[in-house]
Design a protein around this ligand. Sequence first.
Ligand code: NAP
Length: 282
Amino acid sequence: MEAKIIDGKAMAAGIRQELKVRLEKLKDEMGITPGLAVILVGDDPASQTYVNNKEKACNEVGIDSYIYRLPVDTSEEEVLGLIAKLNADSQIDGILVQLPLPKHLDEHTVLGAVDARKDVDGTHIVTAGKLLAGEKGFKPCTPKGIIRMIKSTGLEIQGKHAVVVGRSNIVGKPVALLLLNENATVTMCHSKTEDLQSVCAGADILVAAIGKPGFITGDYIKERAVVIDVGTTKVDGVFKGDVVFEEASKKAAFISPVPGGVGPMTIAMLMENTVEAGETYA
Ligand code: NAP
């Protein structure tokens, strides 16, 4: 039987509709329209596309967007100066620094300069610490979207074996923590994992966040598994996932496509976090 598609695009559209209603209420009752500042340093084409998509989503739901497109040679001092200004600006509820940064800018210093109360992207060390400790705080957007997608299948996460391939700070580690918070039994895999295929083949929930197109073939998939493909790599102008969709969908019960899966959900979660920030600090 063919797997059911976890349609991230449709889910994200539904979330944006719900957010529009929340935003209208916030405006009517409190006179507040949340503001999201996005800082893009340099002219990386993929980053430009991601920033444009964020701006478009803000316009659609009714969040004020402030996009700062800075030249590639902008100094760290200038970036930190801008962040300090945005931290102090009451019109700005969320600040996102688009990654990757040019090499001369220290990622930890720049991300760490953002006021954690405005860290709607969930990349600040304080936000990461709260997630680790199970405290209330912003959830990083891609992992938060992934959990929503898994839940949308109706599968109870508790007690299931979840395997996460990839251990980055923005996807692999936080998604593993969120799955653990949902009482899954979590295995984290990476480039040094031995016999990755058999580990993955034991997964009720498989999250692939590697960045190697077509790496996860049908042999890696357990019958009736839920498969979330985070990988987004441009090949000949087309975005490709980490999972060989045609093979995996013959075994899995549910699978997310690329494009149209995790990507749109990530942006929807950014919008949701920004609305939450606006509501919290109203
Ligand atoms: P990353 O920082 O490059 O991390 C990749 C991870 O994959 C690393 O932990 C690495 O292991 C692991 N890996 C590499 N080769 C492997 C192998 N042969 N076997 C097992 N593990 C292997 O990437 P990322 O930022 O997490 O992103 C991963 C993918 O998700 C990329 O394609 C990215 O574009 C995509 N992404 C999509 C969204 C979205 O919104 N759709 C958001 C974020 C990321 P080591 O740690 O051992 O090196």
